[in-house]
Design a protein around this ligand. Sequence first.
Ligand code: PAF
Length: 294
Amino acid sequence: MRTYTTNAQLQSALRAHRDEGRRIAFVPTMGNLHEGHLDLVRKARQLGDIVVVSIFVNPLQFGPNEDLDAYPRTLAADKEKLFAEGVQVLFTPRVEDIYPQGMEAQTIVHVPELGDTLCGSSRPGHFDGVTTVVSKLFNIVAPDVAVFGEKDFQQLSIVRRMVRDLCVPVEIVGVSTSRDRDGLALSSRNGYLTREQRRIAPVLHQTLNSCREAIACGFDNFLQLESHARMKLLQAGFDPDYFAIRDAVTLRAVTEDTEEIAILAAARLGKTRLIDNVRLALNPVSDWGMLAGG
Ligand code: PAF
């Protein structure tokens, strides 16, 4: 595995691979790699001949009171894991390589609507930071395909929209969420949880699942389901940010045209903000008949 820090080194190495006709699969990360990231890498290996992983803790996507400084940086351990997975290229740019003019002067990529709701409203500027750095990384790496986790479902939807709107020539592939045995979605932020908080944390996924089951059984009062879920989270010890039943494509309210529902939640346990989601495909004829009470 070769590690590159500068754009120029990386680009000249990748040019050689591209000239040989190799397909480049890219996994952007912020490091502190866990099994969830390694699942993305495994998917990338199936999709490309050369797997490029980037590790860059992107300051532009952290708000002023967020955990940028505390965000776990574990480069040596990450390298070992990537090497063991057969990754050929690691890109570890420095902040000054990605933002040479500083972050204030940086052109921003903003995806409206999808980026303004849910985590976008509770973390203003977060998705602009994500789409800006992902655009830059796409332009530097120029991958044929890029792999993202479905745990950050809103992020995945926004990246897909950005790529479509800006005609970026890359295929985006989503990978289903990796979970611990008790259902907790794997996340670098799980490491912040105390033992007691870790015990409570799976309630987030359980609550999402119960909501999905209720909808699958025909319960169609979404406002009531959302407020019941928020109550359950509060009772368990969370401070819920949102619990929302949305159309999985538009991330807006569910309508008669909805083909798939996404149930998304963000909630704090102490200082740690956890997110998760589950989805439910609707059979257009029978499910809407049932949800409409028919
Ligand atoms: O999902 C992440 O780890 C980050 O948001 C990403 C896509 C690497 C951009 O910094």
